[in-house]
Design a protein around this ligand. Structure first.
Ligand code: ATP
Length: 441
């Protein structure tokens, strides 16, 4: 399959099966926005939950915040975003279309109409709006372009309320907004996106060790969500290409169907942010080491992960087509941990009340393992399997007359079908529950 074809198939499956819909679709859409549907929202939540577990909750040195998206604009002045968060924009003199200059191979010619391109100018990517009834500059606020700002702004409050010992980190998941010049590639480059970010504060001399720790954690996270290691590549970002605040950056790139592109970033931001905010706000943003009585501004390591790019990497990694006796079977080989539905339960026939009743009991039993156990009694069993395959449900459990004891030796057993191999096993309900439990744990 060609890569462009694969991308089309992923987008089409995502829409058909309720993962991702174009934003504002009934009004013709809005560039750079997508909405997560019933399956997508579960997949996204599972990704976020795993991240929270691994990056925050399983550690004693991590704290969470959920900061407001609208913040005092001075934050973005101090962080350098008002003056520096921009991309080079060029406009075609003929068709008036706009492009990101650094994304063009030919900087002189319009890739759409061949017209000549004007000079590049810097375009600030922050969305502006106004707080309150005044619409003048005094009321300008920005939609945050990264979640990190809300973490730095809360550093003092977290220190004062939780009294953490260095090294410690603050984690946050939330929306960020970037007025991208050319949003594209489905949910890869969005104008409204979600980020999962950690700012990990360390003694200046200990940054390298922390950098290595989080670097490993990011690979572990890729593995946990089912992104294969051989599709993830580290790129050491050279000095000239690094963000203004960073002394070292590694981009974690993924082999997307449209090329190798940034999935996540890991940056050493030195004391740039806390120092800048301390200077601009006048607040005391240093840390007092109780033992040495030394007071200093901690340095920071930032693992920054885009939720949407993670979801896309998961979908692209999981998409499969099989030839099943001349018929194509499409399925998502999702890691059971992130799959929106863990198992589907169905009665072989829906017009047999005794089968339906037993199947309802089995479903209730399996929901003790995990609540995301679906019910499907629509159409024939083959169709139900196809539907579940396409949303990546790892197991299907079918209740038939043998479950009810038609052959006494099989009474109480069910059929458990495995998504990837299509193989089926005859198991007791307790054994089926164990299979599901061990797959998602
Ligand atoms: P790019 O170079 O692709 O524009 P970036 O280097 O500006 O990305 P960062 O500022 O490092 O990205 O943002 C951290 C993470 O947020 C990225 O690694 C990515 O996962 C995610 N991200 C950034 N911009 C977007 C976007 N427009 N749409 C979706 N996710 C994004």
């Amino acid at each position: 399959m060609k890569d462009s074809e694969l991308m089309e198939k992923i987008v089409s499956l995502a829409k058909r099966r309720g993962f991702v819909f174009p934003g504002s679709e009934i009004y013709g859409g809005l560039a750079g926005t997508f909405d997560y549907g019933p399956m997508g929202v579960r997949l996204k939540e599972n990704v976020e939950r795993l991240w929270l577990q691994m990056f925050r909750d399983s550690r004693d040195d991590m704290y969470g915040v959920d900061a407001a998206i609208l913040m005092n604009p001075k934050i973005w002045e101090a962080s350098g975003h008002v003056s520096g968060f921009s991309d080079p924009l060029v406009e075609c003199e003929k068709c008036k279309k706009r492009f990101r200059a650094d994304h063009l191979d030919d900087k002189e010619k319009c890739p759409e109409c061949g017209g000549s391109l004007g000079d590049a100018r810097q375009f600030n990517m922050m969305f502006k709006t106004h707080a309150g009834a005044m619409e003048d500059d005094s009321a300008t606020v920005y939609l945050r372009p990264e979640t990190a700002g809300g973490i730095f702004a809360n550093f003092k409050s977290v220190v004062d309320s939780m009294h953490p010992k260095l090294p410690f980190g603050i984690a946050q998941i939330g929306k960020a907004f970037r007025n991208e010049i050319a949003p594209r590639d489905f949910i890869f480059r969005l104008r409204e996106l979600s980020q999962m970010e950690v700012e990990y504060f360390v003694q200046p001399s200990e940054w390298e060790q922390a950098f290595e720790e989080w670097r490993k954690m990011m690979h572990l996270f890729a593995e946990a969500v089912g992104i294969p290691q051989d599709k993830v590549h580290e790129l050491e970002v050279p000095e000239g290409d690094r963000a203004h605040y960073s002394k070292r950056t590694i981009d974690f790139e993924f082999d997307y169907p449209f090329g190798r592109k940034e999935l996540w970033g890991l940056a050493y931001r030195t004391d740039f942010d806390l120092s800048a905010h301390a200077n601009a706000s006048g607040a005391e943003l240093s840390y007092l080491d109780e033992e040495t009585k030394e007071k200093f501004i901690p340095h920071v390591i930032e693992p920054s992960l885009g939720v949407d790019r993670t979801v896309l990497a998961i979908l692209a990694s999981a998409y499969r087509e099989d030839d099943m006796g001349g018929e194509t079977r499409t399925y998502l080989a999702l890691a059971p941990k992130v799959a929106p539905v863990k198992a589907m339960v169905s009665p072989l026939l829906k017009n047999k009340p005794e089968l339906v009743e037993k199947a309802r009991d089995v479903r209730a039993e399996l929901q003790k393992v995990h609540p995301a156990i679906a019910w499907d009694d629509n159409g024939n069993i083959g169709k139900r399997y196809r539907r579940q395959d396409e949303i990546g449900t790892p197991f299907c459990v079918t209740i038939d007359f043998d479950t009810l004891g038609e052959h006494p030796e099989l009474e109480g057993t069910v059929t458990l079908r495995h998504r990837d191999s299509g193989e089926q096993e005859r198991l007791t309900v307790a054994e089926a529950a164990d299979r599901i439990r061990s797959a998602i744990e």
